[in-house]
Design a protein around this ligand. Sequence first.
Ligand code: ADP
Ligand code: MG
Length: 211
Amino acid sequence: MNTEWALAWMKGCAEQAHEHREELIELDRVIGDSDHGENVDRGFRAVVEKLEADASESIVDVLKLTAKTLMSTVGGASGPLLGTAFLRAAKSVGGEALDGAGAAALIEAALEGITTRGKAAEGEKTMVDAWAPAARAAREQADAGAGVADVLRAAADAAAEGAEATIPLVATKGRASYLGERSVGHKDPGAASTALFIAAAADAASAVKEG
Ligand code: ADP
Ligand code: MG
């Protein structure tokens, strides 16, 4: 995968954030402050605008500009967390082209950025509960010799399952932790958006592969 994939991924994130804006707002209304859908919609819209204005020449350029834009346009916890994720992801990319192992390393690096920044462990009902299983699934596929599209598809499926699995959890990090036991029974908005963003990565890989 190349720069075209990274650009398609960010465009896909923007489309997903926009399409699922109300749903993410609703999830955040129940256990947070109703802004997650708005935050990621605004953030990725700004990312796409910046990418269109700037001639990014590599995957690294695209991911770095994405990180910078998310950090400066998204208020709330998710801006710095996703910003750090994309910054670490950028740093994980070695050369011009990404292979299956590189895609797994990218997801692992994103997860590491989020945990370094937010100090949440798995099971605390945050976006980590989607990124962590995604990273494991990606690594498993890459080790089995899978290419980028299959690695990312496995990661996306695991992220979606991880997001669903936040429903019975008690939030102990972030705004939802103020609710304590009352956070049980609701999906974490950041885990839900993560599943959308990783699915966008997989869709972009399939599209670039076929196109
Ligand atoms: P805010 O909580 O400031 O309103 P958002 O609504 O945009 O910001 O994002 C909320 C999401 O951020 C949560 O659903 C959760 O997934 C994620 N989050 C919050 N705190 C942390 C943390 N310390 N580590 C990882 N993710 C976190
Ligand atoms: Mg919020």
